[in-house]
Design a protein around this ligand. Structure first.
Ligand code: LRH
Ligand code: MN
Ligand code: MN
Length: 388
C-alpha cells in the first residue's frame, strides 16, 4: 500500500534549482531569437526565477554561470535573491568561451592556458565563498577532433591535476560536481565523455567530489536510469541537469520529449531515498527556451519534474518487491506502469492549495500581469550567454 500522506510530504519538500541562463535570450548556432522583456542583468534573472518559485513553491534557488552572471557585489545579488524569495545555488564554471581554449582548457597542451583555466575555476570557489553556494559544477568542452591530435592519456593526467587543485581549495561543506558529455564541441574525443570517466576522477578525488548527470548528454537509447542507480548506490550522484532531447544536447523542456524516461529516472532516485531531506542530490534544470516564453517554460519544466516525481512516489514498492521476489515479471512491470499511468495532476493541485498556492501555476502566472510588466519595463534584454 502506498502511504498517500508520505507522498504528499515528499512532494512538498522537493527542491528544484533553476538555471539563470534559462531566462536570457538563447538560440542555436543558426539564430538567436530575441524576446521582449528578458532580463538585462543577473538581478533581473533572479527576479524572474523568483516568479517561478512564487507560483510553484518548489524552486527556491537559482544556479549561476560565471562569468555570465558576474556582479561586483555578490552580497547585493544574494539580497536580491532573498527579496525574490529564493537563494543563490550552484556555481557553474565556464572555461569554454575563450579563444585560448581552442585546444582545451585544463587539458590544453600549453601550461599557460591550463593555468588560466585553473585560475578561473579557483575564482569560482571564491565566488562560492561569498554566495554561500555549496556546489561547484564543472563541465569541460575539452577534447579533440582528430585521431592523433593529442595524447589521450596525457590529457587525462592534466585533467586529474586540475581537478585535484580545485578539490584542495574547497571548503569543508563545498562540493565539486563533475559533469560529463558524450560529444560536442569536440567530436573525436571528449576528455570527460561519460559517467565512468567522471566517476573514476571523483573516486580518486574523494568524498566531496560527485557526478552530475545531464540527461541530454548521452547517446540515443542510453539507459540513463541504470547510470543513476549505479551512481547513487556508490554515493556519487551529486546532481542532475534536467532537460529533454530528441537528438543530442537539445536542452528542451524536461519531460517534454520522453516523460516515461523521466519517470523511470525519478523512480530510481526516489526508491533509493534520493528525495529525502538528507539527500545530497541537487535537482537542477539545465535548459534554454529558444522559441517559447521563458518564465512559463520554467514553470512548465518544474511541473513536469513534480508530476514525474509524484508518479515515482506512487509506485507500490512493497507490491513491486513481492512480485520481483516471486519472479512475476509481468506483475512487477504492471506495478510500475500503474503508477506511471496515474493522473497525478489533482494530487499536485491539492498540494498547492494546501500551501496557499494557486492550483494552476501556468494560469496564475499568466493572470499575474508580470509578463506584461517586464515587457514594458525592460528593453535590450541580455543573451543567455553563448553566441553573443
Ligand atoms: C554543456 C552544459 C553545461 C553548461 C551548460 C550551459 O552542454 O550542459 O552544463 O554549463 O550546458
Ligand atoms: Mn548541463
Ligand atoms: Mn548540455
Amino acid at each position: 500500500m502506498v502511504d498517500r500522506q508520505a507522498v504528499t510530504t515528499a512532494l512538498a519538500q522537493q527542491r528544484i534549482e533553476l538555471p539563470s541562463w534559462a531566462f536570457g535570450n538563447s538560440g542555436t548556432r543558426f539564430k538567436v531569437f530575441t524576446q521582449p522583456g528578458v532580463p538585462r542583468d543577473p538581478f533581473e534573472k533572479v527576479a524572474d526565477a523568483g516568479q517561478v518559485h512564487a507560483f510553484t513553491g518548489v524552486a527556491p534557488s537559482i544556479a549561476l554561470h560565471i562569468p555570465w552572471d558576474s556582479v561586483e557585489d555578490w552580497a547585493k545579488l544574494g539580497q536580491a535573491a532573498s527579496d525574490a524569495g529564493i537563494s543563490l545555488g550552484t556555481v557553474n564554471a565556464n572555461v569554454f568561451q575563450d579563444d585560448d581554449y581552442k585546444l582545451g582548457s585544463v587539458t590544453n597542451p600549453d601550461p599557460r592556458v591550463r593555468r588560466k583555466a585553473l585560475d578561473h575555476l579557483l575564482a569560482c570557489v571564491d565566488v562560492m565563498d561569498q554566495t554561500g553556494s555549496r556546489d561547484l559544477k564543472l563541465w569541460f568542452s575539452d577534447g579533440t577532433n582528430y585521431p592523433g591530435q593529442d595524447d589521450i592519456r596525457a590529457r587525462q593526467d592534466r585533467l586529474a591535476e586540475a581537478l585535484a587543485a580545485v578539490y584542495a581549495r574547497l571548503g569543508a561543506s563545498q562540493r565539486l560536481i563533475l559533469e560529463y558529455k558524450l560529444f560536442e564541441p569536440a567530436f573525436y574525443t571528449m576528455d570527460v565523455p561519460d559517467w565512468g570517466t567522471a566517476y573514476a576522477h571523483c573516486l580518486t578525488l574523494g568524498e566531496k567530489a560527485k557526478v552530475c548527470v545531464d540527461t541530454g548528454h548521452h547517446a540515443p537509447g542510453t539507459n540513463i536510469e541504470f547510470i543513476v542507480a549505479v551512481l547513487q548506490r556508490a554515493g556519487k550522484l551529486g546532481a542532475f541537469d534536467f532537460n529533454s532531447r530528441f537528438y543530442a544536447d537539445d536542452d528542451l523542456i524536461v519531460g517534454a520529449a520522453d516523460p516515461f524516461q523521466l519517470f523511470r529516472i525519478l523512480f530510481e532516485v526516489t526508491a533509493a531515498g534520493g528525495l529525502a531531506a538528507s539527500s545530497e542530490i541537487t535537482f537542477m534544470l539545465d535548459q534554454c527556451h529558444n522559441i517559447e516564453p521563458k518564465i512559463p517554460g520554467q514553470i512548465r519544466s518544474v511541473m513536469n519534474v513534480q508530476e514525474a516525481t509524484a508518479k515515482a512516489l506512487l509506485v507500490d514498492v512493497d507490491a513491486l518487491g513481492a512480485a520481483q521476489r516471486a519472479g512475476d515479471i509481468l506483475g512487477a512491470n504492471a506495478v510500475l506502469m500503474d503508477a506511471y499511468n496515474t493522473d497525478v495532476r489533482p494530487l499536485l493541485a491539492e498540494l498547492r492549495q494546501s500551501q496557499g498556492l494557486d492550483p494552476d501555476p501556468m494560469g496564475a502566472y499568466a493572470r499575474s500581469g508580470y509578463a506584461e510588466r517586464i515587457v514594458a519595463d525592460r528593453t535590450g534584454g541580455q543573451q543567455a550567454g553563448w553566441g553573443a
